[in-house]
Write a protein that binds this ligand. Structure first.
Ligand code: HEC
Length: 136
């Protein structure tokens, strides 16, 4: 009996810990995708194939601000010189107009940290290109 409990405990600790972490991240990405649909999609497509009134957000994490070629950015955004790190994106989602006065993105203002986390997880999931060279 004792050995059985030990064996069970050991296997519970080993495998599922990894599995549940993966699942947890996937749940965040899925929630973020839903939030993206309601909060961002009416203006932003993910990639250039989608209808987009604003710059597509594929590979946004690590991308220089205002660098999507086919989009006519505000001077404020284009001249900002910032790189879209997760921290910058969080500040932007929370209060884009306060973070960057002069931007032409209508004010978004999502102050709930959990909602920000979900949207960030989603933005990370659609950023598959390695932008590290640009980010430095
Ligand atoms: C009402 C339309 C609208 C909504 C809603 C909107 N955006 Fe934007 N977004 C814009 C516009 C317009 C720009 C370009 C701003 C500029 O040039 O100053 C922009 C720019 C951005 C940029 C900078 C892109 C770059 O290439 O530098 C990011 C990042 C961004 N938006 C993220 C989001 C996220 C995330 C959401 C949802 C939480 C969102 N936006 C919701 C219109 C919108």
């Amino acid at each position: 009996m004792y050995r059985l409990v030990l064996t069970l405990t050991a296997s519970l600790c080993a495998l599922p810990a990894f599995a549940s972490e993966t699942t947890f991240e996937q749940v965040k990405i899925d929630a973020g995708a839903t939030l993206f649909e309601t909060e961002c999609r009416r203006c932003h497509a993910v990639d250039a194939t989608g209808d987009s009134y604003s710059p597509p957000l594929e590979n946004i994490v690590g991308r220089g601000a205002g660098t999507y070629e086919d989009y006519d950015y505000s001077i404020a955004l284009e001249a900002s010189g910032i790189v879209w790190t997760e921290a910058a994106l969080r500040a932007w989602i929370e209060d884009n107009a306060g973070f960057m006065p002069g931007t032409k993105m209508r004010h978004v203002g999502i102050s709930d940290r959990t909602v920000q986390d979900f949207i960030l997880s989603y933005l990370v999931s659609i950023s598959t290109q390695d932008n590290s060279a640009i980010a430095e």
